[in-house]
Structure formats: structure tokens, C-alpha cells
Ligand binder design. Structure first.
Ligand SMILES: NC(=O)c1ccc[n+]([C@@H]2O[C@H](COP(=O)([O-])OP(=O)(O)OC[C@H]3O[C@@H](n4cnc5c(N)ncnc54)[C@H](OP(=O)(O)O)[C@@H]3O)[C@@H](O)[C@H]2O)c1
Length: 300
């Protein structure tokens, strides 16, 4: 197989590219900063600007495209930041979809990343059939997903992966929480009762590979572990595996004052379930948070 990953230089893209390459799959990474990337066995780096896609002559046609582009949402949501967050998703996505429709040999699969913030937050459990919310991120996720509409009813199999925060010790959201906890500064944000949906990075890469290789996968998927937990339980578990006390509480009004709209990333409840993955018998390697955090934090 030959997979094109846009946004492949980032946290998820590099984990995924390495995982696919280790499994003998050829990967071409699209990036705006090719000098910062290192070509590896099975991994080729190609420049693009996100607006136009012209691939150099390649000996192996592209079988699938994975779109992971998007500027980080963990920044102050000023009007210009919101525009950048939006444009960095919508524009590359339209470029990739247009390329898929017009290239001579059409890719068999297109995987579009989206987020679980698509849903109405603070609601009860959400599954794939639940409606879109009305927050900035919900509306953005909807518009982002809709850029792929031109691929509906084409030979390209379309998958939309509504992804939960991916846990790995090297990257947010876990990295800052892990560092704070190890320094005895772990804290419970707000009431701590808000739900936290999550996924271990190994499940993320395995699910992506499954979606590429198994044509039964099609349409919208919540890509999250089957057991979301209250934020308080998440922090207590992290403190437990790090063998540290958890004594700090940060009231929600302080977080709202400090972070503005962005505080919703921590304070809103995300109780999302992977109904479709379970229905297709995906067996999670890390279904429970204690097991996931123990594996991630153990010294290798
Ligand atoms: N990490 C998570 O837990 C998580 C959870 C849910 C959803 N997601 C979504 O998954 C995607 C990848 O997340 P990540 O954590 O890997 O992010 P990341 O580390 O910040 O990487 C983002 C990638 O997007 C590319 N990019 C940014 N702006 C771009 C633009 N204007 N045009 C073209 N490419 C652009 C960057 O490529 P270059 O700078 O090399 O061009 C980079 O490779 C994001 O859209 C994110 O919202 C992530």
C-alpha cells in the first residue's frame, strides 16, 4: 500500500507514519516545512502549501489519503486565532478532496480526521448518530467534515474519524498533566464531574491501519476508548500511577478568567462512546484508563 498523509509531520502523523512504515506500508508525508522532516525507510517527504497539491512523479499510485491537517486548538481563541484554526483545516481538506476527484488514479480510501467536540457537550452519552452541537469547535467540525461531501457516492471509500484526545507521554493533552502531577501540582479542574473521553495512541494507530485495510469500515466513527471517565477519576488515576498525592483544585471561574473560551476544552463534559468500532468487533488494546496510563507512564 502507498498512503498519503497530509499533516503527517505532527504528533499523530509521525506516530502513524512510523507505525505504518514498520508494517511495510509506504507513506508519503505532505508538509509545508520539508527541511524539518527526515525521510526514513518507507517514508518520503513532499512539500505542499496546503492550498495546491502537485505530487512529484511517483512509481506507486496512492491507495489512500489521511487528512490530519490543522493548527493546534490549544491557544487563546482570539478572532484571528479562530480564523487560523478554521482555515488550516478547511483549506487543506478542500485541496485534498479536489485532488482525489481529479487525479487520474483515484485513491480507494479517504480518512478525514474530525473531533468529538462535534457533539452537543454536557449532554448524556453521545454516539455517532447524535446531533452536532453549537460551539465554535462543533460548528468547525461539521464544516470540516462537510468538505468531504464531494467524495460521497464516488469509488473512494470515505471515513470520518471523530477523534478523542490521544494519550501519549510526549504530547498534550497528557504531557502537561503528567509533568504537573510528577511535580506534586496535579489538580482537579472545576467540579471534576465533567466526563473525559480519551484514546491510547496505540489504539489510534491500530484503528487507522484497520480502517485503511478493511473495506467494511465506512462512514462516521467515534475514535475513543469505550470507557470515558469523569475528569476527577482521570486525575486521581494519573496521580495513582505516578505515586503522587492529588490535593489541588482549580475552580472553574479561575479557568474561565485565565483561558476565556478555551476553558471549555477542560470544563465541558465529553461522554462519547465508540459504538461503531465496537459493533465491528474492534478489540481495544487499552479500554480502561488505569491500564492505559500505567503503560504510558512506565519506564522503558
Ligand atoms: N492530538 C489529538 O489528541 C487530537 C484529537 C482530536 C483531533 N485531533 C486533530 O487531528 C489533527 C492532527 O493533530 P496533531 O495533534 O497531530 O496536530 P499537530 O501535531 O499540531 O500537527 C498538525 C499538522 O497539521 C499541519 N498543518 C497545520 N496547519 C496547516 C495548514 N494551514 N496547511 C497545511 N497543513 C497544516 C502541520 O503540518 P506542517 O506544519 O508540517 O505543514 C502538522 O503536520 C488536527 O487537525 C487535530 O485537530 C487531534
Amino acid at each position: 500500500m502507498h498512503i498519503l498523509i497530509a499533516g503527517g509531520s505532527g504528533f499523530l502523523g509521525s506516530y502513524l507514519a512510523d507505525h505504518l512504515a514498520e508494517n511495510g506500508i509506504d507513506v508519503t508525508l505532505l508538509t509545508r516545512k520539508p527541511k524539518k522532516q527526515q525521510a526514513k525507510n518507507h517514508i518520503k517527504i513532499v512539500y505542499w502549501d496546503g492550498k495546491v497539491l502537485r505530487l512529484p512523479p511517483i512509481d506507486k499510485a496512492i491507495d489512500a489519503v489521511i487528512n490530519l491537517c490543522g493548527e493546534s486548538i490549544a491557544q487563546w481563541w482570539t478572532p484571528s486565532a479562530k480564523k487560523n484554526i478554521r482555515d488550516s483545516r478547511i483549506i487543506p481538506s478542500k485541496t485534498l478532496v479536489n485532488w482525489c476527484r481529479t487525479t487520474e488514479k483515484k485513491p480507494k480510501t479517504f480518512i478525514q480526521i474530525s473531533g468529538i467536540d462535534f457533539y452537543q457537550l454536557d449532554s448524556e452519552q453521545c454516539t455517532e448518530s447524535d446531533a452536532c452541537g453549537d460551539t465554535f469547535l462543533a460548528k468547525l467540525s461539521k464544516d470540516w467534515e462537510e468538505t468531504t461531501n464531494p467524495l460521497q457516492n464516488t469509488p473512494t471509500r470515505l471515513i470520518i474519524a471523530r477523534l478523542a484526545p490521544v494519550l501519549a507521554k510526549t504530547h498534550p493533552p497528557l504531557l502537561p498533566l503528567l509533568l504537573a502531577t510528577r511535580c506534586f501540582l496535579g489538580s482537579i479542574a472545576g467540579s471534576g464531574e465533567q466526563y473525559f473521553s480519551w484514546i491510547h495512541h496505540q489504539d489510534f494507530t491500530t484503528i487507522m491501519q484497520r480502517m485503511l485495510q478493511d473495506s467494511q469500515y465506512q462512514g462516521i466513527y467515534n475514535v475513543c476508548a469505550p470507557h470515558p471517565i469523569p475528569y476527577k477519576t482521570f486525575m486521581e488515576t494519573l496521580a495513582d500511577v505516578c505515586k503522587r498525592p492529588l490535593w489541588l483544585k482549580i475552580p472553574d471561574w479561575i479557568l474561565k478568567k485565565l483561558l476565556g473560551d478555551m476553558s471549555s476544552l477542560i470544563l465541558d463534559s465529553r461522554n462519547v462512546l465508540p459504538h461503531k468500532l465496537l459493533a465491528q468487533d474492534y478489540a481495544f488494546q487499552y479500554p480502561e484508563i488505569h491500564q492505559a496510563l500505567t503503560q504510558i507512564t512506565e519506564k522503558k
